[in-house]
Design a protein around this ligand. Structure first.
Ligand SMILES: Nc1ncnc2c1ncn2[C@@H]1O[C@H](COP(=O)(O)OP(=O)(O)OP(=O)(O)O)[C@@H](O)[C@H]1O
Ligand SMILES: [Mg+2]
Length: 598
Protein backbone atom coordinates (compact mmCIF):
# COMPACT_ATOMS: atom_id res chain seq x y z
CA UNK A 1 0.00 0.00 0.00
CA UNK A 2 1.37 3.40 -0.91
CA UNK A 3 2.07 5.89 1.83
CA UNK A 4 -0.64 8.19 0.55
CA UNK A 5 -3.38 5.65 0.45
CA UNK A 6 -2.47 4.32 3.87
CA UNK A 7 -2.58 7.79 5.28
CA UNK A 8 -5.88 8.63 3.73
CA UNK A 9 -7.35 5.37 4.88
CA UNK A 10 -6.18 5.91 8.43
CA UNK A 11 -7.46 9.48 8.25
CA UNK A 12 -10.86 8.30 7.19
CA UNK A 13 -10.80 5.64 9.88
CA UNK A 14 -10.03 8.24 12.49
CA UNK A 15 -12.71 10.50 11.04
CA UNK A 16 -15.27 7.76 11.42
CA UNK A 17 -14.02 7.11 14.93
CA UNK A 18 -14.56 10.77 15.66
CA UNK A 19 -18.01 10.63 14.22
CA UNK A 20 -18.74 7.60 16.34
CA UNK A 21 -17.54 9.46 19.39
CA UNK A 22 -19.27 12.69 18.57
CA UNK A 23 -22.59 11.12 17.78
CA UNK A 24 -22.68 9.35 21.04
CA UNK A 25 -22.15 12.19 23.41
CA UNK A 26 -25.76 13.10 23.18
CA UNK A 27 -28.78 13.01 20.99
CA UNK A 28 -27.81 15.99 18.93
CA UNK A 29 -28.98 16.71 15.52
CA UNK A 30 -29.61 13.76 13.39
CA UNK A 31 -29.51 11.21 16.15
CA UNK A 32 -32.78 12.59 17.37
CA UNK A 33 -33.88 13.98 14.03
CA UNK A 34 -36.18 11.66 12.28
CA UNK A 35 -34.93 8.68 14.19
CA UNK A 36 -38.34 8.17 15.66
CA UNK A 37 -39.56 7.10 12.31
CA UNK A 38 -37.40 4.14 11.68
CA UNK A 39 -34.16 6.05 11.65
CA UNK A 40 -31.06 4.37 12.80
CA UNK A 41 -31.86 1.18 11.01
CA UNK A 42 -31.60 2.12 7.42
CA UNK A 43 -28.48 1.81 5.41
CA UNK A 44 -24.83 1.68 6.21
CA UNK A 45 -23.89 3.03 9.56
CA UNK A 46 -27.48 3.73 10.52
CA UNK A 47 -27.42 7.40 9.57
CA UNK A 48 -30.93 8.66 9.12
CA UNK A 49 -31.53 10.03 5.69
CA UNK A 50 -32.05 13.75 5.58
CA UNK A 51 -31.80 13.91 1.82
CA UNK A 52 -29.38 16.78 2.07
CA UNK A 53 -31.63 18.90 4.25
CA UNK A 54 -30.46 20.63 7.38
CA UNK A 55 -32.59 20.28 10.48
CA UNK A 56 -34.97 23.21 10.67
CA UNK A 57 -34.27 24.34 7.14
CA UNK A 58 -37.95 24.99 6.56
CA UNK A 59 -38.38 26.99 9.75
CA UNK A 60 -38.49 30.70 9.19
CA UNK A 61 -37.68 33.22 11.85
CA UNK A 62 -40.79 35.26 12.66
CA UNK A 63 -40.42 39.05 12.45
CA UNK A 64 -40.91 39.96 16.06
CA UNK A 65 -42.56 43.28 16.72
CA UNK A 66 -42.51 43.82 20.45
CA UNK A 67 -45.17 46.52 20.23
CA UNK A 68 -47.61 44.00 18.83
CA UNK A 69 -46.87 41.09 21.13
CA UNK A 70 -49.21 40.46 24.04
CA UNK A 71 -47.45 41.65 27.18
CA UNK A 72 -46.62 39.08 29.83
CA UNK A 73 -45.39 39.19 33.41
CA UNK A 74 -42.08 37.64 34.42
CA UNK A 75 -41.18 39.28 37.71
CA UNK A 76 -43.02 37.62 40.58
CA UNK A 77 -40.48 38.06 43.28
CA UNK A 78 -41.59 39.73 46.45
CA UNK A 79 -38.89 39.26 49.03
CA UNK A 80 -40.12 38.67 52.57
CA UNK A 81 -38.97 41.09 55.29
CA UNK A 82 -36.69 38.29 56.60
CA UNK A 83 -34.75 38.17 53.34
CA UNK A 84 -34.94 41.90 52.67
CA UNK A 85 -33.76 42.95 56.12
CA UNK A 86 -31.06 40.35 56.59
CA UNK A 87 -27.92 42.27 57.52
CA UNK A 88 -25.45 42.68 54.74
CA UNK A 89 -22.66 40.95 56.63
CA UNK A 90 -24.84 37.86 57.03
CA UNK A 91 -25.62 37.78 53.34
CA UNK A 92 -21.97 38.23 52.49
CA UNK A 93 -20.95 35.55 54.96
CA UNK A 94 -23.39 33.12 53.38
CA UNK A 95 -22.03 33.91 49.92
CA UNK A 96 -18.44 33.55 51.06
CA UNK A 97 -19.07 30.30 52.94
CA UNK A 98 -20.82 28.80 49.96
CA UNK A 99 -18.26 30.18 47.51
CA UNK A 100 -20.88 32.11 45.58
CA UNK A 101 -19.57 34.50 42.94
CA UNK A 102 -21.94 36.88 41.17
CA UNK A 103 -21.75 39.08 38.12
CA UNK A 104 -24.50 41.47 37.07
CA UNK A 105 -26.58 44.29 38.47
CA UNK A 106 -29.32 44.48 41.13
CA UNK A 107 -28.75 41.08 42.60
CA UNK A 108 -31.28 40.01 45.24
CA UNK A 109 -30.29 38.41 48.53
CA UNK A 110 -30.27 34.62 48.68
CA UNK A 111 -33.18 32.67 50.12
CA UNK A 112 -31.10 30.80 52.65
CA UNK A 113 -33.88 28.77 54.29
CA UNK A 114 -37.18 27.46 53.01
CA UNK A 115 -38.87 29.45 55.77
CA UNK A 116 -37.31 32.65 54.36
CA UNK A 117 -39.80 32.91 51.55
CA UNK A 118 -43.48 32.23 50.93
CA UNK A 119 -43.03 29.43 48.46
CA UNK A 120 -46.37 28.29 47.09
CA UNK A 121 -47.91 25.39 49.03
CA UNK A 122 -47.91 23.18 45.97
CA UNK A 123 -44.13 23.44 45.83
CA UNK A 124 -43.47 23.20 49.56
CA UNK A 125 -45.55 20.02 49.86
CA UNK A 126 -43.17 18.26 47.47
CA UNK A 127 -40.08 19.73 49.12
CA UNK A 128 -41.28 18.35 52.45
CA UNK A 129 -41.99 15.00 50.86
CA UNK A 130 -38.43 14.92 49.52
CA UNK A 131 -37.19 15.86 53.00
CA UNK A 132 -34.91 18.63 51.79
CA UNK A 133 -33.69 20.60 54.76
CA UNK A 134 -32.61 23.76 53.01
CA UNK A 135 -32.03 25.13 49.55
CA UNK A 136 -28.67 24.26 48.03
CA UNK A 137 -26.53 27.37 47.33
CA UNK A 138 -27.38 27.43 43.61
CA UNK A 139 -31.07 27.27 44.52
CA UNK A 140 -30.78 29.79 47.36
CA UNK A 141 -29.18 32.41 45.16
CA UNK A 142 -30.65 31.30 41.84
CA UNK A 143 -34.32 31.27 42.82
CA UNK A 144 -34.75 34.96 43.65
CA UNK A 145 -32.90 35.90 40.46
CA UNK A 146 -35.02 33.60 38.32
CA UNK A 147 -38.25 34.62 40.06
CA UNK A 148 -37.41 38.23 39.19
CA UNK A 149 -37.61 37.29 35.54
CA UNK A 150 -33.92 37.93 34.93
CA UNK A 151 -31.80 36.14 32.36
CA UNK A 152 -29.36 33.94 34.16
CA UNK A 153 -26.33 31.68 33.90
CA UNK A 154 -26.01 29.30 36.85
CA UNK A 155 -22.88 27.21 37.21
CA UNK A 156 -22.59 24.82 40.14
CA UNK A 157 -21.15 21.40 40.89
CA UNK A 158 -22.66 18.21 39.59
CA UNK A 159 -25.41 16.93 41.87
CA UNK A 160 -26.10 20.31 43.47
CA UNK A 161 -29.82 20.55 42.63
CA UNK A 162 -29.79 22.68 39.49
CA UNK A 163 -32.88 20.90 38.12
CA UNK A 164 -35.09 22.20 40.90
CA UNK A 165 -33.20 25.46 40.48
CA UNK A 166 -35.03 26.02 37.19
CA UNK A 167 -38.16 23.88 37.68
CA UNK A 168 -39.44 25.77 40.71
CA UNK A 169 -39.34 29.23 39.06
CA UNK A 170 -40.81 27.66 35.90
CA UNK A 171 -43.83 26.51 37.87
CA UNK A 172 -44.31 29.89 39.50
CA UNK A 173 -43.88 31.57 36.11
CA UNK A 174 -46.51 29.33 34.51
CA UNK A 175 -48.99 29.78 37.33
CA UNK A 176 -48.89 33.53 36.68
CA UNK A 177 -49.65 33.25 32.97
CA UNK A 178 -53.07 33.08 31.30
CA UNK A 179 -54.32 29.52 30.68
CA UNK A 180 -53.28 27.81 27.49
CA UNK A 181 -55.76 28.02 24.68
CA UNK A 182 -56.35 25.54 21.91
CA UNK A 183 -53.33 25.40 19.61
CA UNK A 184 -50.96 27.01 22.10
CA UNK A 185 -47.50 25.53 22.56
CA UNK A 186 -45.64 25.29 25.89
CA UNK A 187 -44.99 28.24 28.21
CA UNK A 188 -41.74 26.78 29.56
CA UNK A 189 -39.32 25.04 27.24
CA UNK A 190 -36.41 23.07 28.66
CA UNK A 191 -33.77 21.84 26.23
CA UNK A 192 -31.46 18.99 27.21
CA UNK A 193 -28.76 17.08 25.31
CA UNK A 194 -29.87 13.47 25.83
CA UNK A 195 -33.11 11.58 25.79
CA UNK A 196 -32.54 9.97 29.17
CA UNK A 197 -31.81 13.32 30.77
CA UNK A 198 -34.92 14.86 29.19
CA UNK A 199 -37.04 12.05 30.64
CA UNK A 200 -35.46 12.48 34.05
CA UNK A 201 -36.22 16.21 34.03
CA UNK A 202 -39.80 15.35 33.15
CA UNK A 203 -40.16 13.38 36.38
CA UNK A 204 -39.00 16.39 38.40
CA UNK A 205 -41.39 18.68 36.50
CA UNK A 206 -44.23 16.26 37.20
CA UNK A 207 -43.33 15.87 40.89
CA UNK A 208 -43.49 19.62 41.43
CA UNK A 209 -46.04 20.63 38.82
CA UNK A 210 -48.82 18.10 39.05
CA UNK A 211 -50.39 19.43 42.23
CA UNK A 212 -51.02 22.78 40.51
CA UNK A 213 -52.32 20.96 37.42
CA UNK A 214 -49.35 21.87 35.29
CA UNK A 215 -49.02 19.45 32.41
CA UNK A 216 -45.65 18.52 31.04
CA UNK A 217 -44.31 16.27 28.34
CA UNK A 218 -41.05 15.09 26.92
CA UNK A 219 -40.19 15.42 23.25
CA UNK A 220 -37.26 13.25 22.22
CA UNK A 221 -36.06 11.09 19.37
CA UNK A 222 -36.06 7.33 19.25
CA UNK A 223 -39.56 7.00 20.71
CA UNK A 224 -42.84 6.90 18.77
CA UNK A 225 -44.01 10.34 17.72
CA UNK A 226 -47.71 9.70 18.20
CA UNK A 227 -47.97 9.98 21.98
CA UNK A 228 -45.68 13.03 22.03
CA UNK A 229 -47.79 14.75 19.39
CA UNK A 230 -50.98 13.90 21.27
CA UNK A 231 -49.58 15.46 24.45
CA UNK A 232 -48.61 18.59 22.55
CA UNK A 233 -51.98 18.85 20.89
CA UNK A 234 -53.81 18.46 24.19
CA UNK A 235 -51.67 21.29 25.52
CA UNK A 236 -48.70 21.22 27.91
CA UNK A 237 -47.33 24.08 29.96
CA UNK A 238 -43.86 22.53 30.15
CA UNK A 239 -42.07 20.82 27.27
CA UNK A 240 -38.73 19.15 27.88
CA UNK A 241 -37.03 18.41 24.60
CA UNK A 242 -33.96 17.23 22.81
CA UNK A 243 -33.41 19.61 19.89
CA UNK A 244 -33.73 17.24 16.91
CA UNK A 245 -37.23 15.97 17.62
CA UNK A 246 -38.46 19.40 18.67
CA UNK A 247 -37.32 20.93 15.38
CA UNK A 248 -38.99 18.06 13.60
CA UNK A 249 -42.30 18.89 15.30
CA UNK A 250 -41.92 22.62 14.77
CA UNK A 251 -41.34 22.11 11.07
CA UNK A 252 -44.32 19.81 10.83
CA UNK A 253 -46.47 22.32 12.70
CA UNK A 254 -47.17 19.85 15.52
CA UNK A 255 -46.34 22.50 18.07
CA UNK A 256 -45.20 26.12 18.20
CA UNK A 257 -43.33 28.35 20.60
CA UNK A 258 -45.55 31.45 20.38
CA UNK A 259 -46.53 31.16 24.04
CA UNK A 260 -43.02 30.31 25.26
CA UNK A 261 -41.73 32.90 27.70
CA UNK A 262 -39.43 30.79 29.89
CA UNK A 263 -36.51 29.06 28.17
CA UNK A 264 -33.97 26.81 29.88
CA UNK A 265 -30.82 25.32 28.40
CA UNK A 266 -29.77 22.57 30.76
CA UNK A 267 -26.16 21.46 30.26
CA UNK A 268 -25.87 24.77 28.47
CA UNK A 269 -22.21 24.48 27.46
CA UNK A 270 -22.99 21.20 25.74
CA UNK A 271 -26.01 22.71 24.04
CA UNK A 272 -23.98 25.60 22.72
CA UNK A 273 -21.05 23.65 21.41
CA UNK A 274 -20.64 22.89 17.76
CA UNK A 275 -22.93 19.89 17.57
CA UNK A 276 -26.04 21.62 18.80
CA UNK A 277 -25.56 25.33 18.30
CA UNK A 278 -27.22 25.68 14.87
CA UNK A 279 -30.25 23.82 16.11
CA UNK A 280 -30.46 25.86 19.27
CA UNK A 281 -30.47 28.98 17.10
CA UNK A 282 -33.26 27.57 14.97
CA UNK A 283 -35.34 26.88 18.07
CA UNK A 284 -34.61 30.13 19.86
CA UNK A 285 -35.51 32.09 16.71
CA UNK A 286 -39.04 30.78 17.17
CA UNK A 287 -39.31 32.26 20.68
CA UNK A 288 -40.21 35.87 21.39
CA UNK A 289 -37.11 37.93 22.19
CA UNK A 290 -38.44 39.32 25.49
CA UNK A 291 -38.57 35.81 26.95
CA UNK A 292 -36.62 34.86 30.07
CA UNK A 293 -33.58 32.69 29.29
CA UNK A 294 -31.73 30.57 31.84
CA UNK A 295 -28.62 28.49 31.30
CA UNK A 296 -27.31 25.86 33.70
CA UNK A 297 -24.30 23.59 33.90
CA UNK A 298 -21.48 22.36 36.08
CA UNK A 299 -18.91 23.58 33.57
CA UNK A 300 -18.60 26.82 31.64
CA UNK A 301 -15.67 26.74 29.22
CA UNK A 302 -14.38 29.94 27.65
CA UNK A 303 -15.41 28.77 24.19
CA UNK A 304 -19.12 29.06 24.86
CA UNK A 305 -19.25 32.19 26.99
CA UNK A 306 -19.46 34.70 24.15
CA UNK A 307 -21.82 32.56 22.21
CA UNK A 308 -24.14 32.34 25.20
CA UNK A 309 -24.44 36.11 25.21
CA UNK A 310 -26.21 35.95 21.84
CA UNK A 311 -29.15 34.46 23.70
CA UNK A 312 -29.07 36.46 26.93
CA UNK A 313 -30.01 40.02 27.87
CA UNK A 314 -28.71 41.94 30.87
CA UNK A 315 -28.07 38.66 32.61
CA UNK A 316 -26.73 37.67 35.99
CA UNK A 317 -24.05 35.02 36.23
CA UNK A 318 -23.85 32.94 39.37
CA UNK A 319 -21.01 30.54 40.10
CA UNK A 320 -20.91 28.25 43.08
CA UNK A 321 -17.36 27.08 43.80
CA UNK A 322 -14.35 27.61 41.60
CA UNK A 323 -14.58 29.84 38.55
CA UNK A 324 -12.38 27.47 36.62
CA UNK A 325 -13.14 23.88 35.67
CA UNK A 326 -13.87 22.07 38.93
CA UNK A 327 -15.19 18.75 40.13
CA UNK A 328 -17.54 18.09 43.01
CA UNK A 329 -15.45 17.93 46.18
CA UNK A 330 -17.44 15.01 47.59
CA UNK A 331 -15.77 12.74 45.06
CA UNK A 332 -12.52 10.99 45.79
CA UNK A 333 -10.55 11.03 42.54
CA UNK A 334 -7.95 8.36 41.89
CA UNK A 335 -5.92 8.27 38.70
CA UNK A 336 -4.13 5.16 37.50
CA UNK A 337 -1.47 5.92 34.94
CA UNK A 338 -1.25 2.75 32.89
CA UNK A 339 -0.99 1.26 29.45
CA UNK A 340 -3.87 0.48 27.16
CA UNK A 341 -3.28 -3.28 27.33
CA UNK A 342 -3.49 -3.27 31.12
CA UNK A 343 -6.93 -1.76 31.30
CA UNK A 344 -8.94 -4.99 31.14
CA UNK A 345 -7.10 -6.68 33.99
CA UNK A 346 -7.18 -3.53 36.05
CA UNK A 347 -10.90 -3.13 35.48
CA UNK A 348 -11.60 -6.63 36.76
CA UNK A 349 -9.41 -6.13 39.80
CA UNK A 350 -11.19 -2.91 40.57
CA UNK A 351 -14.65 -4.39 40.18
CA UNK A 352 -13.74 -7.26 42.50
CA UNK A 353 -12.65 -4.80 45.14
CA UNK A 354 -15.63 -2.53 44.63
CA UNK A 355 -18.19 -5.28 44.83
CA UNK A 356 -16.45 -6.96 47.78
CA UNK A 357 -16.71 -3.77 49.76
CA UNK A 358 -20.33 -4.19 50.48
CA UNK A 359 -20.76 -7.90 50.74
CA UNK A 360 -24.15 -8.49 52.29
CA UNK A 361 -24.42 -10.14 55.67
CA UNK A 362 -27.58 -12.17 55.84
CA UNK A 363 -29.07 -14.28 58.61
CA UNK A 364 -31.35 -17.16 57.64
CA UNK A 365 -33.62 -18.48 60.41
CA UNK A 366 -34.77 -22.09 60.47
CA UNK A 367 -37.06 -23.80 62.92
CA UNK A 368 -34.87 -26.69 64.21
CA UNK A 369 -31.16 -27.29 64.78
CA UNK A 370 -31.28 -30.14 62.34
CA UNK A 371 -32.79 -27.96 59.67
CA UNK A 372 -30.15 -25.33 60.29
CA UNK A 373 -27.42 -27.94 59.75
CA UNK A 374 -29.16 -29.33 56.75
CA UNK A 375 -29.67 -25.93 55.17
CA UNK A 376 -26.08 -24.90 55.78
CA UNK A 377 -24.80 -28.09 54.24
CA UNK A 378 -27.00 -27.73 51.19
CA UNK A 379 -26.27 -24.04 50.78
CA UNK A 380 -22.56 -24.76 50.80
CA UNK A 381 -22.91 -27.57 48.36
CA UNK A 382 -25.03 -25.33 46.12
CA UNK A 383 -21.95 -23.33 45.26
CA UNK A 384 -20.53 -26.21 43.21
CA UNK A 385 -23.30 -28.74 42.61
CA UNK A 386 -26.88 -28.12 41.68
CA UNK A 387 -29.54 -29.06 44.19
CA UNK A 388 -32.97 -30.31 43.25
CA UNK A 389 -34.35 -28.90 46.44
CA UNK A 390 -36.84 -26.27 45.29
CA UNK A 391 -37.10 -24.27 48.48
CA UNK A 392 -33.40 -24.00 48.62
CA UNK A 393 -33.27 -22.70 45.07
CA UNK A 394 -35.77 -20.04 45.92
CA UNK A 395 -33.77 -19.10 48.98
CA UNK A 396 -30.64 -18.80 46.92
CA UNK A 397 -32.47 -16.68 44.41
CA UNK A 398 -33.67 -14.44 47.18
CA UNK A 399 -30.20 -14.06 48.60
CA UNK A 400 -28.92 -13.17 45.18
CA UNK A 401 -31.61 -10.57 44.72
CA UNK A 402 -30.79 -9.10 48.09
CA UNK A 403 -27.12 -8.83 47.28
CA UNK A 404 -28.01 -7.20 43.95
CA UNK A 405 -29.89 -4.52 45.75
CA UNK A 406 -27.00 -3.85 48.03
CA UNK A 407 -24.29 -3.96 45.38
CA UNK A 408 -22.27 -0.84 44.79
CA UNK A 409 -23.61 0.82 41.70
CA UNK A 410 -20.79 1.54 39.29
CA UNK A 411 -20.65 3.29 35.91
CA UNK A 412 -17.81 2.47 33.54
CA UNK A 413 -17.26 5.08 30.84
CA UNK A 414 -15.71 4.02 27.55
CA UNK A 415 -15.05 6.20 24.55
CA UNK A 416 -16.62 4.26 21.69
CA UNK A 417 -19.79 2.25 21.27
CA UNK A 418 -17.96 -0.72 19.92
CA UNK A 419 -15.63 -0.93 22.87
CA UNK A 420 -18.58 -0.51 25.21
CA UNK A 421 -20.09 -3.62 23.64
CA UNK A 422 -16.81 -5.55 23.78
CA UNK A 423 -16.08 -4.75 27.40
CA UNK A 424 -19.66 -5.48 28.47
CA UNK A 425 -19.61 -8.82 26.71
CA UNK A 426 -16.30 -9.69 28.36
CA UNK A 427 -17.55 -8.75 31.81
CA UNK A 428 -20.81 -10.62 31.45
CA UNK A 429 -19.13 -13.77 30.23
CA UNK A 430 -17.14 -13.74 33.45
CA UNK A 431 -20.35 -13.43 35.43
CA UNK A 432 -20.40 -9.70 36.16
CA UNK A 433 -23.87 -8.16 36.24
CA UNK A 434 -23.05 -5.54 33.62
CA UNK A 435 -25.34 -3.88 31.08
CA UNK A 436 -24.53 -1.23 28.57
CA UNK A 437 -25.98 1.89 27.04
CA UNK A 438 -24.92 3.79 23.95
CA UNK A 439 -26.35 5.61 20.99
CA UNK A 440 -26.69 2.66 18.64
CA UNK A 441 -29.09 0.87 20.94
CA UNK A 442 -32.81 1.27 20.47
CA UNK A 443 -34.42 3.79 22.76
CA UNK A 444 -36.51 1.03 24.29
CA UNK A 445 -33.38 -0.85 25.26
CA UNK A 446 -31.66 2.29 26.52
CA UNK A 447 -34.62 3.03 28.76
CA UNK A 448 -34.78 -0.52 30.02
CA UNK A 449 -31.06 -0.72 30.79
CA UNK A 450 -31.20 2.56 32.68
CA UNK A 451 -34.18 1.41 34.71
CA UNK A 452 -32.40 -1.85 35.58
CA UNK A 453 -29.43 0.19 36.72
CA UNK A 454 -31.58 2.64 38.70
CA UNK A 455 -33.28 -0.23 40.51
CA UNK A 456 -29.96 -1.90 41.29
CA UNK A 457 -30.84 -5.08 39.43
CA UNK A 458 -27.90 -4.40 37.12
CA UNK A 459 -25.37 -2.66 39.35
CA UNK A 460 -22.74 -2.18 36.64
CA UNK A 461 -23.50 0.18 33.77
CA UNK A 462 -21.03 0.40 30.90
CA UNK A 463 -21.63 3.56 28.89
CA UNK A 464 -20.41 6.05 26.36
CA UNK A 465 -20.70 9.74 27.13
CA UNK A 466 -24.39 9.48 26.43
CA UNK A 467 -24.64 8.85 30.19
CA UNK A 468 -22.10 11.51 31.17
CA UNK A 469 -24.34 14.49 31.77
CA UNK A 470 -27.11 15.20 34.19
CA UNK A 471 -28.19 11.65 35.07
CA UNK A 472 -29.17 11.43 38.71
CA UNK A 473 -29.16 7.79 39.74
CA UNK A 474 -29.51 7.14 43.40
CA UNK A 475 -26.48 5.70 45.10
CA UNK A 476 -23.91 5.44 42.34
CA UNK A 477 -20.84 4.83 44.44
CA UNK A 478 -18.16 4.46 41.78
CA UNK A 479 -17.33 5.84 38.39
CA UNK A 480 -14.57 4.23 36.37
CA UNK A 481 -13.11 6.06 33.40
CA UNK A 482 -11.87 3.10 31.41
CA UNK A 483 -10.97 5.59 28.68
CA UNK A 484 -10.20 9.18 29.48
CA UNK A 485 -12.73 11.46 27.78
CA UNK A 486 -11.81 13.63 24.86
CA UNK A 487 -12.52 16.87 26.71
CA UNK A 488 -11.85 17.84 30.28
CA UNK A 489 -15.38 19.08 30.92
CA UNK A 490 -16.66 15.59 30.22
CA UNK A 491 -14.35 14.24 32.93
CA UNK A 492 -16.03 16.51 35.47
CA UNK A 493 -19.53 15.51 34.31
CA UNK A 494 -18.74 11.80 34.15
CA UNK A 495 -17.35 11.56 37.65
CA UNK A 496 -20.25 13.73 38.79
CA UNK A 497 -22.59 10.75 38.36
CA UNK A 498 -21.42 9.84 41.85
CA UNK A 499 -21.32 12.06 44.95
CA UNK A 500 -24.80 13.48 44.28
CA UNK A 501 -26.43 15.85 46.73
CA UNK A 502 -24.68 15.30 50.08
CA UNK A 503 -23.39 11.81 49.27
CA UNK A 504 -19.80 10.80 48.63
CA UNK A 505 -18.32 8.70 45.86
CA UNK A 506 -15.11 7.53 44.24
CA UNK A 507 -13.87 7.97 40.68
CA UNK A 508 -11.11 5.79 39.24
CA UNK A 509 -9.52 6.91 36.01
CA UNK A 510 -7.22 4.99 33.70
CA UNK A 511 -4.88 7.48 32.08
CA UNK A 512 -2.50 6.51 29.28
CA UNK A 513 0.28 8.24 27.38
CA UNK A 514 -2.17 8.89 24.55
CA UNK A 515 -4.10 11.19 26.87
CA UNK A 516 -1.05 13.34 27.54
CA UNK A 517 -2.66 16.50 26.16
CA UNK A 518 -5.31 16.30 28.86
CA UNK A 519 -2.86 15.85 31.72
CA UNK A 520 -2.62 19.51 32.62
CA UNK A 521 -6.36 20.04 32.87
CA UNK A 522 -6.71 16.89 34.94
CA UNK A 523 -3.95 17.94 37.32
CA UNK A 524 -5.65 21.31 37.76
CA UNK A 525 -8.99 19.67 38.52
CA UNK A 526 -7.36 17.30 41.03
CA UNK A 527 -5.51 20.11 42.76
CA UNK A 528 -8.58 22.31 42.95
CA UNK A 529 -10.40 19.50 44.74
CA UNK A 530 -7.45 18.88 47.09
CA UNK A 531 -6.82 15.42 45.71
CA UNK A 532 -3.49 13.64 45.71
CA UNK A 533 -1.93 14.01 42.27
CA UNK A 534 -0.33 10.87 40.88
CA UNK A 535 3.29 11.98 40.21
CA UNK A 536 3.26 10.15 36.91
CA UNK A 537 0.71 12.61 35.65
CA UNK A 538 3.34 15.32 35.84
CA UNK A 539 5.65 13.20 33.75
CA UNK A 540 2.95 12.73 31.17
CA UNK A 541 2.23 16.43 31.18
CA UNK A 542 5.89 17.04 30.43
CA UNK A 543 5.68 14.55 27.62
CA UNK A 544 2.89 16.57 26.08
CA UNK A 545 5.06 19.65 26.22
CA UNK A 546 7.91 17.64 24.78
CA UNK A 547 10.14 18.98 27.54
CA UNK A 548 12.11 17.71 30.51
CA UNK A 549 13.78 14.96 28.53
CA UNK A 550 11.29 12.44 29.84
CA UNK A 551 10.56 10.19 26.96
CA UNK A 552 7.75 7.84 26.35
CA UNK A 553 9.88 4.74 26.78
CA UNK A 554 11.11 5.76 30.19
CA UNK A 555 7.65 6.31 31.42
CA UNK A 556 6.45 3.08 29.87
CA UNK A 557 9.27 1.20 31.53
CA UNK A 558 8.29 2.48 34.90
CA UNK A 559 4.75 1.55 34.35
CA UNK A 560 5.60 -2.12 34.31
CA UNK A 561 5.87 -2.29 38.05
CA UNK A 562 3.17 -4.20 39.82
CA UNK A 563 2.02 -1.76 42.39
CA UNK A 564 -1.40 -1.51 40.87
CA UNK A 565 -0.65 1.88 39.49
CA UNK A 566 -2.85 4.17 41.53
CA UNK A 567 -0.04 6.58 42.03
CA UNK A 568 1.18 4.95 45.19
CA UNK A 569 -1.97 6.10 46.83
CA UNK A 570 -3.07 3.94 49.68
CA UNK A 571 -6.37 2.66 48.47
CA UNK A 572 -7.34 1.13 51.77
CA UNK A 573 -6.84 4.47 53.38
CA UNK A 574 -8.91 6.06 50.65
CA UNK A 575 -11.68 3.64 51.28
CA UNK A 576 -11.46 4.36 54.96
CA UNK A 577 -12.14 7.96 54.12
CA UNK A 578 -15.10 6.89 52.11
CA UNK A 579 -16.44 4.94 55.04
CA UNK A 580 -16.07 1.58 53.33
CA UNK A 581 -14.43 -1.58 54.65
CA UNK A 582 -10.79 -2.08 54.00
CA UNK A 583 -10.93 -5.63 52.79
CA UNK A 584 -8.96 -5.88 49.62
CA UNK A 585 -9.11 -8.35 46.86
CA UNK A 586 -11.78 -10.43 48.59
CA UNK A 587 -13.83 -12.50 46.20
CA UNK A 588 -17.52 -11.99 46.42
CA UNK A 589 -19.12 -14.33 44.00
CA UNK A 590 -19.74 -11.79 41.25
CA UNK A 591 -17.02 -13.26 39.18
CA UNK A 592 -17.84 -16.93 39.54
CA UNK A 593 -20.62 -16.90 37.02
CA UNK A 594 -23.29 -17.93 39.49
CA UNK A 595 -26.52 -16.22 40.15
CA UNK A 596 -26.78 -13.62 37.41
CA UNK A 597 -29.05 -14.69 34.67
CA UNK A 598 -28.46 -11.80 32.31
N1 LIG B 1 -32.45 21.40 48.43
C1 LIG B 1 -32.05 20.15 48.30
N2 LIG B 1 -31.61 19.45 49.36
C2 LIG B 1 -31.18 18.16 49.22
N3 LIG B 1 -31.17 17.48 48.05
C3 LIG B 1 -31.59 18.14 46.95
C4 LIG B 1 -32.05 19.50 47.02
N4 LIG B 1 -32.41 19.87 45.77
C5 LIG B 1 -32.19 18.80 44.96
N5 LIG B 1 -31.71 17.77 45.67
C6 LIG B 1 -31.34 16.42 45.16
O1 LIG B 1 -30.03 16.49 44.64
C7 LIG B 1 -29.85 15.52 43.61
C8 LIG B 1 -29.12 16.13 42.44
O2 LIG B 1 -29.93 17.12 41.83
P1 LIG B 1 -29.82 17.50 40.28
O3 LIG B 1 -29.93 16.29 39.43
O4 LIG B 1 -30.74 18.61 40.05
O5 LIG B 1 -28.30 18.00 40.23
P2 LIG B 1 -27.58 18.88 39.11
O6 LIG B 1 -26.98 20.03 39.82
O7 LIG B 1 -28.50 19.15 38.01
O8 LIG B 1 -26.41 17.90 38.67
P3 LIG B 1 -25.74 17.71 37.21
O9 LIG B 1 -24.75 18.80 37.04
O10 LIG B 1 -25.08 16.38 37.29
O11 LIG B 1 -26.83 17.75 36.21
C9 LIG B 1 -31.24 15.03 43.25
O12 LIG B 1 -31.39 13.69 43.68
C10 LIG B 1 -32.18 15.94 43.99
O13 LIG B 1 -33.32 15.26 44.43
MG1 LIG C 1 -28.61 18.60 36.04
Amino acid sequence: MSYRSRRSRSRSRSRSRDRDRRRDRDDWGRGGWGSGGGGGGGGGGGRPSLKGRQPGERLRKPRWDLTKLAPFEKNFYQPTPTVLNRPNYEVEKYRTDKEITLRGRNIPNPIQYFSDYNFPDYVMAEIRRQQYEQPTPIQAQGWPISLQGRDFVGIAQTGSGKTLGYILPAIVHINHQPYLERGDGPIALILAPTRELAQQILTVAQDYGSSSKIRSTCVFGGAPKGPQIRDLERGVEIAIATPGRLIDFLEAGKTNLRRTTYLVLDEADRMLDMGFEPQIRKIVDQIRPDRQTLMWSATWPKEVRNLAEDFLKDYIQLNVGSLSLAANHNILQIVDVCQEVEKDTKLRQLLEEIMAEKESKIIVFAETKRKVDDLTRRMRREGCASSPFLVLCRLRQLLNEMSHERANKTIIFIETKRKVEDVTRGLRSSGWPAMCIHGDKSQQERDWVLSEFRSGRAPILVATDVAARGLDVDDVKFVINYDYPSCSEDYVHRIGRTGRSDKTGTAYTFFTADNCKQAKDLIDVLKEANQVVNPRLYEIMDMARGGGGKGRSRWRGRDDDRRGGFGGRDRDRDRGRMGGSSSSGARNGYSNGNGYAY
